[in-house]
Design a protein around this ligand. Structure first.
Ligand code: ADP
Ligand code: G6P
Length: 468
């Protein structure tokens, strides 16, 4: 079996089973994938250093070997807070209103990608498969090629890929996308993002797409395919059945005193539609005065990317909205929204999900959304909760038996909350059974196996036949 060299911006291994888990779908998925595979996870330590040295800090944590580097403050500013999170993240989530175009960000992005390439180079052996992740590192494959790396290399994008009409607003978009064409495999979460990418490559770059769907780039065949990511189902269910999960479940259940409970769990990010979600709940309370007092929304939202202004703003916005809705609908012994800005161990999250009657997962745009899948996995099959899911999450394609909503429509979400609260047990079970089958079958192991097979050139539609 070839070793996997996994490269992502951040390396995030939870230090102990009981510790607050890694936040963000990428970290959660990669932890699972790497525990199953020999290999190394390389990336930024999350720490800053006065002057970049490229020194590799190697560690073995919870069965995963990690190699990390520290970055300079200017790198963090221009590459992470800048190009990655002020330019590409909003653009890739269709928010050109929040997208900032600054030449220094672009330069910092290329500089840090080159630093990643230089630092990881000594770790790569001839038979290794190199698997790069996410929007922070799109040009890394081409930089590794320039340094002589001949290994099979793949990229998986955890976010959406924007429509061509939005992407062309990015200065130097051709340069960015062309740099991605040095990978052997480019993976997306869904067919929709894949199609947008193929549209760009054929219309803007004028490259031929072969009949089997591969991109013909100067005689090289690049596999571009959708590989929907899943959760570590077995691990999550084990956590959901643990004593800690039961304790977390019982504590939460007792605290709502027989009221119905809705749960949301999201990084505090404008893409997650939290403001719209709170407004929809406010509307539900106004439109259903008979039920106000009977339903609680628990929103767990750990702060994310706090150095970026749009994240500071969404945080302030949510604090205002929570105060407003609670002020209007609370009573002396009841508060409708419980808004919590912290992380929890994964077993506790599982217990919270299980305690909830409704999972409210309403991003405005999301590459996949693993929370929706975790909510399904955590339910009691005899008495399952109802998943309300945004039609704009990648997960909606696989989880079509959820109640799908347009998160922009507060009326639609409010009516759907009502429908979910009234759903008969038989329908809840029926829907849950189908959702569970999908979450269980298309899990993170399946995702990893499919991607690695494509990287080997073994997947259907694959144009290559060598491990490099
Ligand atoms: P994103 O990758 O955009 O953050 P996902 O829904 O795909 O969104 O993944 C989020 C992951 O982070 C999930 O596995 C979720 O359980 C985890 N997570 C989110 N909030 C918390 C929290 N407060 N405590 C622990 N884990 C969290
Ligand atoms: C999403 C992105 C990941 C990122 C995570 C957390 O899942 O796709 O690449 O790691 O959010 O964001 P952060 O900026 O804290 O790493």
């Amino acid at each position: 079996m070839s070793r996997l060299i996994v490269i992502s911006n951040r390396v995030s291994v939870p230090k102990a089973a009981g510790a607050a888990g890694a936040q963000g779908g990428l970290a959660v998925a990669l932890n699972s994938a790497l525990r199953e595979h020999r290999g190394i996870w390389f990336g930024w330590s999350g720490q800053e250093t006065e002057e970049f040295t490229g020194h590799l800090n190697m560690q073995r944590i919870e069965g995963v070997t990690t190699a990390t580097i520290d970055l300079e403050p200017q790198d963090i500013d221009e590459y992470y807070n800048g190009y990655a999170n002020r330019t590409l993240w909003p653009l890739f989530h269709y928010r050109i209103d929040l997208t900032e175009y600054d030449r220094n960000f672009g330069e910092g992005y290329e500089r840090v990608n080159a630093r990643f390439a230089d630092s990881v180079l000594p770790l790569i052996e001839p038979d290794d498969l190199v698997w790069v992740h996410d929007y922070h590192l799109l040009p890394l494959g081409s930089m590794l090629r320039q340094k002589g790396v001949k290994n099979r290399t793949g990229l998986f994008l955890h976010t959406p890929w924007p429509p061509t009409r939005l992407l062309v607003s990015l200065p130097f978009h051709e340069r960015l996308v062309s740099s991605m064409l040095e990978y052997d495999v480019i993976g997306f979460q869904t067919q929709e993002w894949l199609e947008s990418f193929i549209h760009y490559v054929s219309k803007e770059l004028g490259l031929p797409i072969t009949e089997d769907g591969t991109i013909d780039y100067g005689g090289r065949r690049i596999i571009a395919r959708a590989f929907p990511i899943g959760i570590d189902f077995a691990e999550f269910v084990e956590g959901a059945n643990s004593a800690e999960a039961r304790e977390a479940h019982d504590r939460l259940k007792a605290s709502v005193r027989g009221r119905k409970l809705m749960i949301g769990v999201d990084r505090l990010d404008y893409s997650k539609g939290l403001g719209e979600r709170f407004e929809s709940f406010g509307r539900f309370l106004t439109d259903n005065p008979g039920q106000a007092g009977d339903v609680v929304l628990l929103q767990i939202a750990p702060p994310s990317r706090g150095d970026v202004a749009s994240y500071q703003q969404i945080r302030e916005d949510l604090e205002r909205k929570t105060g407003h809705i609670n002020g209007a609908h609370a009573d002396v012994a009841f508060v409708p929204i419980r808004y919590v800005n912290r992380g929890y161990p994964r077993s506790h999250l599982a217990g919270f999900y299980r305690a909830a009657d409704i999972g409210l997962v309403t991003p405005l745009r999301d590459g996949m959304n693993l929370v929706a899948k975790e909510f399904v996995a955590a339910q009691d099959p005899e008495d399952p909760g109802v998943l309300i899911l945004s039609q704009f999450a990648g997960a909606a394609l696989q989880l079509a038996d959820a109640l799908l909503v347009n998160p922009h429509s507060t009326e639609h979400v409010s009516e759907t909350i009502k429908r979910a609260l009234e759903m008969p047990l038989a329908e809840r079970r029926q829907r849950h059974e189908k959702l569970l089958a999908s979450v269980c079958d298309e899990d993170v192991q399946h995702w990893r196996e499919e991607f690695v097979a494509a990287l080997f050139g073994q997947a259907e539609g694959g144009g290559a036949d060598d491990t490099g």
